[in-house]
Design a protein around this ligand. Sequence first.
Ligand code: ATP
Length: 336
Amino acid sequence: MTFREDWLVQWERLIMTKKAIAVLTSGGDSPGMNAAARAVVRTAIFEGVRVFGIYNGYKGMLKDDIVELTTRSVSDIIQRGGTFLGTARSAEFETPEGRQKAYANLQKHGIEGLVIIGGDGSLRGGAKLSKETGISIVGLPGTIDNDVWGTDYTIGCDTAANTIVDSINKLRDTASAHRRIMVVEVMGHKSGWLAMMAGIAGGAEYVLVPEVKFNLNRLCEEIEEDYSHGKRYSLIVVAEGAGSALEIGKYIEEKTGIDTRVSVLGHVQRGGSPTVEDRMKASLLGEKAALAIISGESNVVFGYNQGRPVSINLFDAVDNTKTLNPELVRLARVLA
Ligand code: ATP
């Protein structure tokens, strides 16, 4: 590179470099969002860039709930579930007028780039904001659902799956003692990823997910057959989008005559201290997001592909739908 070329590259970097950025968490909370936001804040400060926290997602952006953060603002949070920034859903942000109003608040603080940590809906909102205003957007996939296209990993899914497996282990003890069938309902309206991961890791006999058709009568026949050969219990994990666990449990009990209990795990799945995997991966993604936005990159989402960090085009991420890995569906059947 000649001196002139080098000088041009340095100059370009200088004018692209952002002087103030912001971070927000949006949609459903997920364990590890804190680790990601902490990494964004500390990386920005390390790079000499001002960093603002937008409280309560897009709702807070609309209300100008925006505060400059320091290194200390993110102390003592890496081990906590939830998100210190708070999260919310906002119907107003879904309108173009709402997004212009929210953008005006960013401009007021001199914010030139935004890191959005959230699920596919939050990223979709960010993509629209970027298109309409030109502000730099970098997304991080923060959702326990693991349903963001282009990445194998989303922040929080590992912790949620571990929480479910912990419950499954306990339910298995009591199911075995009473020779019961145990139906466990887990989160996942449209996506069966979480159920599938927890079901396989928890050794469930059946994992019912919205993406795969199932035959309850056949399932009942198989359970009866297994019990006739001495099986002491059966564990069925149901993603909420696959049907009501209460109704499924009732049907199975009526059909098989075997004592059946249903456990709806609910919001316990969202909380809790993030696993090492979620803390590490979220920290690394947070650093990447901050560095990218500071150096003038925009419209990317950082995630993982086969264990390696990758950047995905934001519009591709929101325009495509992640499908459940058929390998996992097969594995769950084989290992049942
Ligand atoms: P989770 O996966 O945990 O549900 P999410 O990010 O998908 O998280 P959503 O409720 O879908 O959660 O989205 C969060 C917020 O993002 C919405 O309340 C809304 O303000 C904004 N948003 C979602 N979809 C859009 C859209 N199509 N256009 C503009 N904004 C959107």
